[in-house]
Design a protein around this ligand. Structure first.
Ligand code: SAM
Length: 290
């Protein structure tokens, strides 16, 4: 006989504003048999607001492994279970990964119900490139480890997302400044969807300076978004050099133009020649396209 299993629903809950629960999530919460919850009090508040009455199974980082077994047994008895965390999307820096993996291994259907996630909300409002990013969760508590992680991430080209705590933000900014330098842009998203919501965009240095001088509030929940590493172009030519090249090019061959410009500006002849060839090819292509 083939056993029919229940489903595991991964339900995202609001990260501040209770109205951010979706219609579908409420509908499913009303239908399922059990709720596996990271935080009993928060879940009860949410259920009360929407008049939902369900059995809650405690599911947090200290009982996650043992309760995974319990929940799998429930699912195998053809009961439906919803997984919710304290706030936001379960498994994103919250418990649930073991349970989800176990469901896949036991051929139990896992159904995600999309909704609030602090990292994605902050990224969407950051003004920092968001097509490619990496999520790093919380930086380590110990400064030495924090700096080691930041050192490894220094040349990461994708936008970087960190979760941060108010009591560590100043120290972390100091370390970020030291490892990433002052000029990269950064967005600090605080208390998203709540009364004191604040999304600020600035350079690493300006944030460090403002927090150091207490001109920015460091209370509440925080997400840091930092722009990825951009390779500096050491061979970038100044306007003056480009002007010399353009004048000489009208009278001389590319090779001679590069040679004389290199003498005038004390710059490598090869770089100038490569630039001239590239420019010539670009100009030709543009002409063809006209
Ligand atoms: N699973 C959650 C999610 O989907 O966002 C994240 C859980 S993690 C344990 C909690 C951290 O998320 C907080 O310390 C903070 O860095 C970030 N966070 C949660 N709610 C937030 C909010 N309303 N505004 C800014 N950051 C928030």
């Amino acid at each position: 006989m083939i056993k029919k299993n229940g489903n595991l629903f991964i339900i995202s809950t609001p990260i501040g504003n209770m109205n951010d629960i979706t219609y579908r999530s409420i509908k499913i919460l009303k239908k399922i048999d059990y709720i596996a919850s990271e935080n009993y009090k928060n879940t009860l508040k949410l259920l009360n607001k929407f008049n939902i009455n369900k059995s809650i199974i405690s599911f947090h980082q200290h009982n996650e492994l043992i309760n995974t077994k319990k929940i799998i047994k429930i699912l195998q008895k053809n009961k439906n279970v919803a997984l919710v965390s304290d706030a936001g999307t379960p498994t994103i820096n919250d418990p649930g990964f073991y349970l989800v993996r176990e469901c896949h291994l036991k051929k139990i259907k896992v159904i995600p119900l999309p909704g609030a996630c602090a990292a994605i909300s902050a990224l969407s409002a950051s003004g920092i490139p968001s097509n490619k990013f990496c999520f790093e969760g919380f930086l380590p508590k110990k400064e030495k480890k924090r700096c080691e992680i930041l050192k490894k991430l220094k040349f990461e080209k994708r936008t970087i997302i960190f979760y941060e705590t108010p009591h560590r933000i100043k120290k972390s900014l100091k370390n970020i400044l030291k490892e990433f330098g002052p000029n990269r842009t950064m967005t600090i998203a605080r208390e998203i969807t709540k009364y004191w919501e604040s999304i600020k965009y600035n350079t690493i240095y300006n944030f460090y300076y403002k927090y150091k001088n207490n001109s920015l509030i460091c209370k509440g929940e925080i997400v840091l978004i930092i722009s990825g590493y951009v390779k500096k172009n050491k061979n970038k030519l100044s306007k003056k050099i480009k002007k010399t090249l353009s004048i000489l090019k009208s009278f001389l061959s590319l090779k001679k133009t590069a040679l004389i410009t290199s003498k005038i500006h004390n710059i490598k002849k090869n770089n100038l020649y490569k630039y001239l060839i590239k420019k010539q090819n670009n100009d030709k292509t543009l002409k063809l396209l006209k």
